[in-house]
Design a protein around this ligand. Structure first.
Ligand code: RP5
Length: 169
């Protein structure tokens, strides 16, 4: 948490928190100041409007919004600010997250939401996408992101070597 966060992570319900910690974990790893809030487009609409309207003046540079079912939070945020908004569709018990995905991704022209995959991978990628956007104007962050990618690439190469050598197969 941070008094002057660069990134806002908002979610429609506390039930989204466990998944959304994937995003905050990435931001923490990269040393990016962020805040985490529960604000619902449907259950607390006034709060959502106030939050979206004031994000830019508070110094926030981008918003990550996670929501499930009729997932309008990211779209509502995007309608209230010109900051980049990354939407994370939550997996749901009824429709598996397809409901959240379509509600988040199918924005009308003019109000963009950069939508990630459903659930945990999407939340993690939202964090990484936020890092990539901030890294455009931050060389140190850009180098950290390169190093992060290299570690991941090496892990896959290592796994390939292990499978080729038959140690795990
Ligand atoms: C959405 O409805 C939330 O983002 C959550 O994913 C879903 C269910 O919310 P709860 O009923 O668990 O609070 O607004």
């Amino acid at each position: 948490m941070n008094e002057h966060p660069e990134v806002s992570i908002v979610m429609g319900s506390k039930s989204d928190l466990e998944v959304m910690t994937e995003a905050s974990g990435v931001l923490r790893e990269f040393g990016i100041g962020h805040e985490v809030r529960v604000i619902s487009a449907h259950r607390t609409p006034q709060k959502a409007h106030e939050f979206g309207n004031t994000a830019k003046t508070r110094g926030v540079k981008l918003i990550i919004a996670g929501a499930g079912k009729a997932a309008h939070l990211a779209g509502v945020m995007a309608s209230l600010t010109t900051l980049p908004v990354i939407g994370v569709p939550m997996k749901t018990s009824d429709l598996g997250g397809l409901d959240s995905l379509l509600s988040t991704v199918q924005m009308p022209g003019g109000i963009p939401v950069a939508t990630t995959a459903i659930g945990r991978a999407g939340a993690k990628n939202a964090g990484l996408l936020a890092v990539a956007i901030l890294a455009l104007s931050n060389e140190e962050l850009s180098s950290k992101l390169d190093a992060y990618r290299e570690v991941m690439t090496n892990a896959v190469k290592q796994a390939d070597t292990e499978v080729i050598n038959g140690s795990d197969a």
